[in-house]
Design a protein around this ligand. Structure first.
Ligand code: 5AD
Ligand code: SF4
Length: 354
């Protein structure tokens, strides 16, 4: 059932324009998803714990040098309340995401938060807190996190270099090592890329898909790049495809990856929704099976604008999540309530190895 595309055929699909052929690709990816991971979509309540970040990625609205952003940190009580909300709403899991920080106070705080959440609720916990040393990854794993998202952003070192400052903090090799360390620490490992970046070609995206396959990832989250006026990459916005093209490319990437790796978890991401209100649902119909409703408190949401016009900026958790669920119901997409929704790929291929 797995399709072994070669690089040229991936490029061919990424450049495909014929709507009928594309619809056939999406339907095939959907069928593959249903046959291998089922028809349910798993919800993960997303908490954006802090927008303080030591990095300066050239595309990101909360990069260190953007002085226009009010920096915040959510209190542990509020994170626990969000965990309670996620549990009460029947989501099996939550995601704790935030800017990258290296201070011990932060690391310790995450460790005790994880312990506290696990003590109160049987939730699966995914972390997305950037590059950390192996012993920090281990500490958080032991405290109860079991999945980690760290996007490679681009698997081509040259393109990675064009969208990041060229210093040690942003080194490509360091990021690859962090992905290996996550595997060593025992996590289900998720990665992903931005789609429609300046300088990015169909060949780069084909290589990204082949990278996911060869790295044998368990989860993937990828979505369209969306320009932000307070970032350096905004200066080359004339180089990027138009928004609808970036969204279509993202849906193609989801469908191709589902066919290449039938039993991994693939997220329908918020950036897709930023371009089209039904963008995430389209990704689900093309093979995605995970969705992350935002549970971040309304007061700070506006400050977590990694790109501009991020959906749901003025909403609170209850509104965002009930709207998400209503939309899935309308589209007759079943939800996997009360389940962790782990990647079957991980349990088949790695859990026995420890
Ligand atoms: N557009 C789309 N995605 C972005 N990210 C950061 N900035 C942007 C942007 N301008 C993504 C990166 C990062 C994730 C948390 O958000 O891929 O890994
Ligand atoms: Fe920080 Fe992540 Fe934004 Fe880079 S993409 S500046 S690491 S929050």
């Amino acid at each position: 059932m797995t399709v072994d595309f070669d690089r040229d055929s991936l490029i061919g699909w990424l450049e495909e324009k014929d709507p009928e052929r594309l619809q056939a690709l999406y339907s095939e990816a959907y069928r593959t998803k249903v046959a291998s991971v089922g028809d349910r979509v798993y919800l993960r309540g997303l908490v954006e714990i802090s927008n303080i970040c030591r990095k300066n990625c050239l595309y990101c609205g909360i990069r260190r040098d953007n002085g226009a952003v009010g920096r915040y940190e959510i209190s542990s009580g509020d994170v626990l309340a969000a965990a309670g909300f996620a549990y009460g709403a029947g989501y099996g899991s939550m995601v704790i995401q935030g800017g990258e920080r290296a201070d011990r106070a932060f690391t310790d705080r995450i460790t005790s938060l994880l312990r506290e959440i696990k003590k109160r609720y049987p939730l699966g916990i995914t972390l997305s807190l950037g590059e950390q040393p192996l012993d920090v990854y281990r500490e958080w794993f032991e405290a109860g996190a079991h999945r980690y998202l760290l996007r490679i952003e681009s698997s081509t070192e040259e393109l990675y270099g064009k969208i990041h400052p060229s210093d040690r903090l942003h080194a490509f090799e360091r990021r690859i090592q962090a992905l290996r360390d996550l595997r060593t620490a025992g996590y289900q490992v998720g990665t992903g890329v931005m789609i429609g970046l300046p300088y990015q070609t169909a060949a780069h995206l084909a290589d990204d898909l082949l990278f996911f396959k060869s790295f044998d990832i368990d989860m993937c989250g990828m979505g369209p790049y969306i320009e932000h006026s307070m970032t350096p990459l905004y200066a080359v916005r004339h180089l990027i495809p138009d928004k609808m093209e970036r969204l279509e490319l993202s849906i193609k990437m989801v469908a191709l990856l589902r066919l290449m790796m039938p039993d991994i978890n693939i997220a329908a991401t918020t950036a897709m929704q930023a371009i089209d209100p039904y963008g995430r649902e389209r990704a689900i119909m093309a093979g995605a099976n995970v969705l992350m409703p935002n549970l971040t408190l309304q007061e700070v949401r506006e400050e977590y604008q990694i790109y501009q016009n991020k959906p749901g900026a003025g909403e609170d958790a209850a509104i965002s999540s009930s709207r998400t669920e209503k939309r899935l119901e309308e589209m007759k997409i079943p939800i996997g309530y009360g389940q962790w929704g782990d990647s079957p790929h991980f349990s088949r291929t790695k859990s026995s190895k420890g």
